[in-house]
Design a protein around this ligand. Structure first.
Ligand code: ADP
Length: 283
């Protein structure tokens, strides 16, 4: 299984979901090379699902075919990728703690001191690995790629166990099977594109033990070449690992924006996507 983790820094609502589903859509366009993608959203709030949250605060609740009340972004994935997800595709802090506590009461960890690391972090990884394999369309085939969107921002107390779980999942998945896109903000102050928040965001994610393969920079306006170079220099990446994602009239432009910057090529080489066998009906 190949995993693409989309995480974010600086502020929430920065466009992680949009970038994650756009990356998924682009992968879909090379359907000749890969067969299926699944997606999982991790929300670091305590609610077991989105059904009990005010839509004015959290956005509309999206109801899946199995009745699961989940984050709106899962609706984007279903639309962008033409797939059908289940309530299991949305992990929340509440849901994963409930799962671990139920196991503890059942005696699954008998004699052990149940802890966030390793019990909760293992439960997150097991959950992701299991859900990633669930067929998401009529072919009933196991997906090849799983896109994981990590809600919240790296550095928050709430998301810390999930980030640790992702760090461990990267090791479990093995080399060439895990790519990370970290979404950051480039504010424009007095006409100048500021890179400091992105430098800080990359430092935060590095402290958590993760090194993003791509840095996607949300900015009101197109990123200047000098801004890209500065981010590359201070964040220890090559300029082609910095993706510029400026504001567009509709989010359906974002896949094109990413493709123009070679996202597919980069993901293809990190994840060795050419090695995935072609689905029979597309050969
Ligand atoms: P997150 O997943 O980080 O919370 P979302 O992907 O849900 O963020 O995006 C938050 C809002 O910003 C949405 O209303 C989305 O339509 C909008 N948005 C995201 N990316 C862009 C963009 N490049 N240009 C304009 N609006 C965008």
């Amino acid at each position: 299984m190949k995993y693409i983790l989309v995480s974010g820094g600086v502020i929430s609502g920065i466009g992680k979901g949009t970038i994650a589903s756009s990356a998924g859509l682009l992968l879909k366009t090379i359907g000749l090379k890969i067969s299926l993608e699944s997606s999982i959203i991790i929300d670091p709030y305590m609610n077991v699902d989105a059904g009990t949250m005010a839509p004015t605060e959290h956005g509309e609740v999206f109801v899946l075919d199995d009745g699961g009340e989940v984050d709106l972004d899962l609706g984007n994935y279903e639309r962008y990728l033409n797939i059908t997800l289940t309530r299991e595709s949305n992990i929340t802090t509440g849901k994963i703690y409930q799962h671990v506590i139920e196991r503890e009461r059942r005696g699954d960890y008998l004699g052990k001191t149940v802890q966030v690391v390793p019990h909760l972090t293992d439960a997150v990884q097991d959950w992701v690995e299991r859900v990633a394999k669930i067929p998401v369309d009529d072919t009933k085939e196991c997906p090849d790629v799983c896109i994981i969107e990590l809600g919240g921002t790296v550095g928050d107390i709430e998301s810390a166990p999930f980030i640790e779980a992702m760090r461990q999942l990267k090791r479990r998945a093995g080399k060439g099977n895990f790519a990370q896109i970290h979404v950051s903000l480039v504010p424009v102050i007095a006409g100048e594109q500021k890179t400091k928040p992105t430098q800080q965001a990359i430092r935060d994610v590095g402290r958590a033990g993760l090194v993003p393969d791509l840095i996607a920079c949300r900015c009101d306006v197109p990123l200047e070449r000098s801004t890209t170079d500065k981010i590359a220099m201070f964040c220890q990446v090559e300029p082609d690992q910095v993706l510029a994602v400026h504001n567009v009239p509709t989010t359906y432009h974002v896949p094109l924006l990413l493709e123009k910057q070679g996202l597919l090529k980069t993901l293809g080489s990190i994840l060795n996507l050419d090695a995935i066998p072609k689905p029979q009906n597309l050969v």
